[in-house]
Design a binder for this molecule. Sequence first.
Ligand code: 1CP
Length: 355
Amino acid sequence: MKNPNMLKNSVKNNLFLRACYRQSVVRTPVWMMRQAGRYLPEYRAVRSKYDFITMYKTPELATEVTLQPIDIIGVDAAILFSDILVIPEAMGMELIFEEGRGPSFPEPIRTNEQVNKLKTVHPEDSLHFVMDAIKLCRKELDNRVPLIGFSGAPWTLATYMIEGKGSKNFNEIKKWRYENSEYLHNLLNRITAAVLSYAKAQIRAGIQAFQLFDSWAGILDPPGFREFALNYARQILRELKSENIPLIYFAKGGGIWMDALQECEADVIGLDWTVDIGVARSQLGARYALQGNLDPTALLASPEKIRREVIRILDSYGHGEGHIFNLGHGILPQVPVNHAQAFVEAVKEESLKYH
Ligand code: 1CP
């Protein structure tokens, strides 16, 4: 049995877990990246009372918003409300969140001395609020749907640590990539160790699947993707294999490197909307389940048009197991709630014909 936890925990809706292992399902499971977020009035109501950092550091608040999309949208999995930037914070970097501007690090890393001063992460200590939130979510979910934990992948975390915030051209980290690659490897090795112990602590706390977000993989060049992104993600995924929960690798923009992705050692590969999921299946489907890949902006269109796109993707993937429906990136704050509901309903209804 590939996943003893699955039986032990007897999740009532196990469509997502089964699909991750390419086992047969009656319909395609569906969830949305960033489903616990700003498009929901219920989220905004909580958020109007607390700042973002307080929300993810308070297990009761994190749990409340983690559960919102389960009841309101009807998705087949919950993803813990937190952020990828908790790791750099636990490594000693000050994280601030300015309303209207988003998260940033006022003192980004610019020297190898700064890298050497980063702290080793003891997750049950500095990130105990995440483990507490996981335990509380599991209790409140009562095994209705599985709980997904996550982390940023080393490359993506390094971009925020060096740039200080989201970036247009990623000049600073690319300067390191070409000029000081040994410093970059020093940083990536430290982040990898932190992410690994963080993931293991999340598993001990009770997550039932784990997703590694490599949101900025797509800004790299082909050899750079292998050397700086995939190489480190793979180290983490390989080491977590024995933990017996499904592992998802989402490298945004990575669809152009399908050959390299073959080597990632996850159970599931997440795809953004720029790839044809049928083509990806023919290249990766013998070894990996695929997650994706509706363009998030499609949810701004009418429910009829959304259904048409859902059918197009189901058709492209074709019949059979191994598909988890999702967006190709996070849901946008502007999406009307009834469109998100229509998306999930369309997947649930239309996918019955493909199993
Ligand atoms: O209310 C608000 O203003 C906060 C908005 C917000 C939310 C809802 C941020 C700030 N983070 C989150 C939650 C979050 N972030 C989740 C929760 C679970 C879910 O519902 O999916 C997850 C998985 C993340 C992961 C995350 N944070 C990523 C990877 C996924 C992706 O979108 O590519 C990244 C890149 C971040 C950084 C981050 N956190 C928040 C923002 C606005 C950003 C992007 C910063 C930037 O690039 O400028």
